[in-house]
Design a binder for this molecule. Structure first.
Ligand code: GUN
Length: 331
C-alpha cells in the first residue's frame, strides 16, 4: 500500500503566550491509502510461480490453461492476451483457441467437449461476452466443472452459494484477497456491494457474508447488495453506513464523496473507457476517485486495482485445478 493523498484536517490547540492562553489553529495531515492491486497481484503471481516450480520439480507436468475467444472484440482480445502473459510468467502452459463470431453455439460446445476430454488440459475458460446468438449459460455449463477455472459452471456456483470449497470466480476472489492482504477487517462490518451480476457482484456478496464454519474462509460481514433498481437515496443511505463499499456496475461516478463514511474502504471493480475533453481515451471505474480519496481510508485505483487481481486469481484457480486433477480429487 502506498500513501496516496494528504489532506488537511484542522485542530484548535491552546498554548501560553506571555502567560496568557492563546489559541492556535493546527493543521494535521490525514492520510488515505491506495490499495495497490498491481503490486499485490505481482506478489501473488510470484508465490504461484514458486509453488508451480516446486510442483514441477516433484515430477508433475506444468499446469495447462486453454482460453476460448469467440469473435474479434478488442477488449476481450486484450484481456485474454494479459491472461496468457500471466500464465507464461507463472509457469502455466497456455493456448488461445480463436473462433469466428459467426460460429454456432453447438460448435463452440463441441470444441469445449474436446478440451474436457483432453488429459493434457487442466483449465478451460471461455472469454465473455459471447456473441448474442450464443447462450452464455449453455457454454459455461459445457465446461467440465473440474476444469472450470472461471467458476461459472452451475455446479461450482451452487457450491459457492453453500460455502463449499470450489473454483471461486477470479474477480470475486481477487476482491477478497485485496481486502485480506490489506488487513481490512470484515467480521461484523457493514459492506455494500453495488451490482448483482452472476459472475462478479453476486459471488462477492456470497463470500463476504459467509460464515467460517464451512469449507470457505468466512468473512462474516453484514452485506447489502444494491443494483440498478435500488433507488439512489437508498443506495446513499446504505453506502453512508458502510465500512466497505464494493462497486461493480460500470456506472461512472456512481460513488461520490458525500456517500462515503470517513475512513471507509472503497473497492472499485468498474472499468469503463471514456473519452476526455482533449479527445484521449482512458479507463475509469465507478468511483469518483479524486473526490472519494479525500474521505475514504483505503481506495483501489482504476486501472491497477482489481483488474490485475482477476488475472492472478485465474492463475491460482488453474494451479488448483491441475493439482486436483493430478490427485484425482474433486474441488
Ligand atoms: N469477461 C469479463 N470478465 C471475465 C472473466 O473473469 N472471465 C471470463 N471468461 N470472461 C470475462
Amino acid at each position: 500500500m502506498m500513501i496516496l493523498t494528504k489532506f488537511l484536517k484542522f485542530r484548535i490547540n491552546t498554548i501560553q503566550v506571555n502567560e496568557k492562553p492563546f489559541q492556535i489553529c493546527l493543521f494535521a495531515r490525514k492520510v488515505s491509502k491506495l490499495i495497490d492491486g498491481k503490486k499485490i497481484a505481482q506478489d501473488i503471481q510470484k508465490e504461484i510461480r514458486d509453488d508451480i516450480d516446486q510442483w514441477v520439480s516433484q515430477g508433475h507436468r506444468p499446469p495447462c490453461l486453454i482460453a476460448v475467444l469467440v469473435g474479434e472484440d478488442p477488449a476481450s482480445k486484450k484481456y485474454v492476451e494479459n491472461k496468457m502473459i500471466a500464465a507464461q510468467n507463472v509457469g502455466i502452459v497456455s493456448r488461445t483457441i480463436n473462433l469466428p463470431s459467426t460460429i454456432s453455439e453447438q460448435e463452440i460446445i463441441s470444441q469445449i467437449y474436446k478440451l474436457n476430454k483432453d488429459p493434457s488440459v487442466d483449465g478451460i475458460l471461455v472469454q465473455l461476452p459471447v456473441p448474442e446468438h450464443v447462450s452464455e449459460r449453455n457454454v459455461c455449463n459445457s465446461v467440465d466443472p473440474r476444469k472450470d477455472v472461471d467458476g461459472f459452471h452451475i455446479l461450482n456456483m451452487g457450491k459457492l452459494a453453500i460455502n463449499m470449497d470450489t473454483f471461486v470466480p477470479a474477480t470475486a476472489l481477487g476482491v477478497i484477497e485485496l481486502i485480506k492482504r490489506s488487513n481490512i477487517k470484515t467480521f461484523g462490518k457493514n459492506i455494500v456491494v453495488c451490482g448483482r451480476s452472476k459472475n462478479v457482484g453476486l459471488p462477492i456478496a456470497l463470500l463476504l457474508h459467509s460464515d467460517a464454519r464451512n469449507d470457505c474462509p468466512g468473512l462474516e460481514a453484514t452485506v447489502t447488495l444494491c443494483h440498478r433498481h435500488t433507488p439512489s437515496e437508498e443506495l446513499e443511505f446504505f453506502a453512508k453506513r458502510a465500512d466497505i463499499i464494493i462497486s461493480a456496475t460500470g456506472v461512472v461516478n456512481l460513488i461520490k464523496p458525500d456517500m462515503v463514511k470517513p475512513g471507509a474502504c472503497i473497492i472499485d471493480v468498474g472499468i469503463t473507457r471514456i473519452t476526455t475533453e482533449s479527445g484521449k481515451t482512458k479507463l475509469v471505474g465507478d468511483v469518483d476517485f479524486d473526490g472519494v480519496s479525500h474521505v475514504a481510508g483505503y481506495i483501489t485505483p482504476v486501472p491497477g486495482g482489481v483488474g490485475p487481481m482477476t488475472v492472478a486469481m485465474l492463475m491460482h484457480n488453474t494451479f488448483k485445478a491441475a493439482k486436483a486433477l493430478a490427485n484425482d480429487v474433486i474441488v
